[in-house]
Write a protein that binds this ligand. Structure first.
Ligand code: DAH
Length: 349
């Protein structure tokens, strides 16, 4: 029996040494020390031994049990530590690796241009106004001296929603809305940036949706020279101090007289090149003195109040300022294009 116990010890210790997982250890424990284990069944045979032999074999059996138990516990600790180490190794973070780059957004170029123009006009006492993009026929046309069937309506191809509702073709209706709001009782000095829509076929210089900024200054003694002074300031701020402006006679139904403003071409300094179509000048915006009929319809007495208005396109301004040759670039959201202008606000040509 002693031999049997000794060989159980030797064999079990060897198995323990060769175990690689806690599951294997557990199996060994059950196979030797469990209810039906090999050591347990040897102990069951103790009854057959003589009185003298029993304590001796009993003591040996206990020693074998303790040795095996201790060995299993120790091996179990070793395996646990190994498993922990392996996991740590697997989950280790290399703090010396460079981090993943964080992508920063930035304002769209048109947003930057509009904000720059807003800043300039706020500095000259103008307030910022907004109006609806779905507009009534009345404000988009009639209140601007463009009655139904007026031929000048053809200047702007319109997306109609119903007979009376449309997508605004310009930001000019906000002139009439603001004057209506003030009811002919006070001066108006506002600009309105926003989206406008035309039934145009998209190409390099046309987009069915683009942006405009409207300007309006109505007061008791507003003159054409005020318009010229403010536009000159605007042109120099946006395009450089060395730029000249000129006003050319033009026609808009809502202004009388009407003008178009050109700036001198920076590329050729007025000598004539392909950018300015050999004229030395580049057209920037439309403007004029508010038509007396427009003032009257909005509740202002044209005998008391006069005013000027202008309308410009930030898309065109951005294209000229940065040499962009396709208006669709603003609306197709190619990040490689947009990213170049994230720091455009306040930039110079
Ligand atoms: N609304 C005109 C357009 O979209 C631009 C314009 C011209 C606005 C003259 C004005 C103005 O206020 O006085 O073509």
């Amino acid at each position: 029996m002693k031999d049997e116990l000794n060989s159980i010890q030797v064999e079990t210790l060897e198995k323990i040494q060769n175990a690689y997982t806690s599951k294997e250890l557990q199996d060994i424990k059950v196979a030797v020390l469990g209810k039906k284990g090999s050591l347990t069944s040897v102990l069951r045979g103790m009854g057959k031994l003589s009185k003298e032999e029993r304590p001796v074999v009993g003591e040996l059996a206990n020693k074998v049990r303790e040795t095996i138990s201790a060995e299993i516990d120790q091996k179990s600790n070793v395996l646990e530590e190994q498993a922990m180490e392996e996991q740590l190794k697997k989950e280790a973070i290399d703090v010396t690796l460079p981090g993943r780059p964080v992508q920063f957004g930035g304002p769209h170029l048109l947003t930057s241009i509009i904000e720059e123009i807003e800043d300039l006009f706020i500095g000259m006492g103008f307030e910022i106004k907004e109006g609806p993009e779905v507009e009534t026929d009345y404000y988009n046309f009639e209140a601007l001296n463009l009655p139904k069937n007026h031929p000048a309506r053809d200047m702007q191809d319109t997306f109609y929603i119903t007979n009376e509702l449309l997508l605004r073709t310009h930001t000019s209706p906000v002139q009439a809305r603001t004057m209506n709001q003030y009811k002919g009782t006070q001066a108006v000095k506002m600009i309105c940036p926003g989206k406008v829509y035309r039934r145009d076929t998209d190409d390099a210089t046309h987009s069915h949706q683009f942006t405009q900024i409207e300007g309006l200054y109505v007061d008791k003694d507003v003159r054409m020279s005020d318009l010229k002074g403010i536009l000159d300031k605007f042109a120099k701020k946006m395009f450089g101090q060395d730029r000249k402006i000129r006003l050319r006679p033009s026609f808009f139904p809502f202004t009388e007289p009407s003008v178009e403003m050109d700036i001198s071409c920076k590329v050729c300094n007025g000598a004539g090149c392909s950018v300015c179509k050999k004229t030395g000048w580049i057209e920037i915006l439309g403007a004029g003195m508010v038509h007396p009929r427009v003032l009257k319809m909005a509740g202002y007495d044209p005998e008391v109040y006069t005013g000027f208005a202008f309308g410009m396109g930030p898309d065109r301004i951005a294209m000229l300022k940065y040499g962009i040759d396709d208006i669709r670039q603003f609306y197709t959201n190619d990040k490689r294009f947009l990213r170049q202008y994230h720091h455009a606000k306040g930039g110079i040509l």
